[in-house]
Design a protein. Structure first.
Length: 130
């Protein structure tokens, strides 16, 4: 039970960082590209387990290249498959019909939904009180 709670806390911590980054970059993405990714946190959740593997293999490839270029090529090939998985996650989630908002009406509806969901949570936890 204790192990489950620590895993849940870790997942909530990671999810809150991903959500926070998405919320901070959302206005920039909207103004620059004209759309708002709605399922970015889900895509990050799918791709996140592969990121340490991708970085570890990249560093191993760089270290091996100086002493064994053939072995470095094999490690780079495996790393390419890891990168392909991350790209697959992005294409899978990004290809869903409701994965992004492109209209002002959709953006307004999303903001109303976020406020409607977050208001009771803020009231219940007392975050807005000083």
């Amino acid at each position: 039970m204790r192990r489950c709670r620590s895993r849940c806390r870790a997942a909530c911590g990671w999810g809150s960082v991903s959500l926070g980054c998405s919320l901070v970059t959302a206005p920039i993405v909207w103004l620059e590209f004209g759309y708002l990714p709605v399922l970015g946190v889900v895509a990050n959740a799918l791709a996140e387990p592969a990121m340490p593997v991708l970085l570890g293999l990249a560093f191993a490839t760089a270290a091996l290249d100086a002493v064994a270029p053939g072995a470095a090529a094999v490690v780079a090939w495996v790393n390419g498959w890891t990168a392909a998985y991350i790209g697959f996650c992005a294409r899978l989630i990004g290809g869903l019909p409701f994965a992004e908002i492109t209209s002002r009406r959709g953006l307004a509806a999303l903001l109303v939904l976020l406020i409607a969901v977050s208001y009771p949570l803020v009231r219940r936890t007392g975050l807005g009180r000083t």
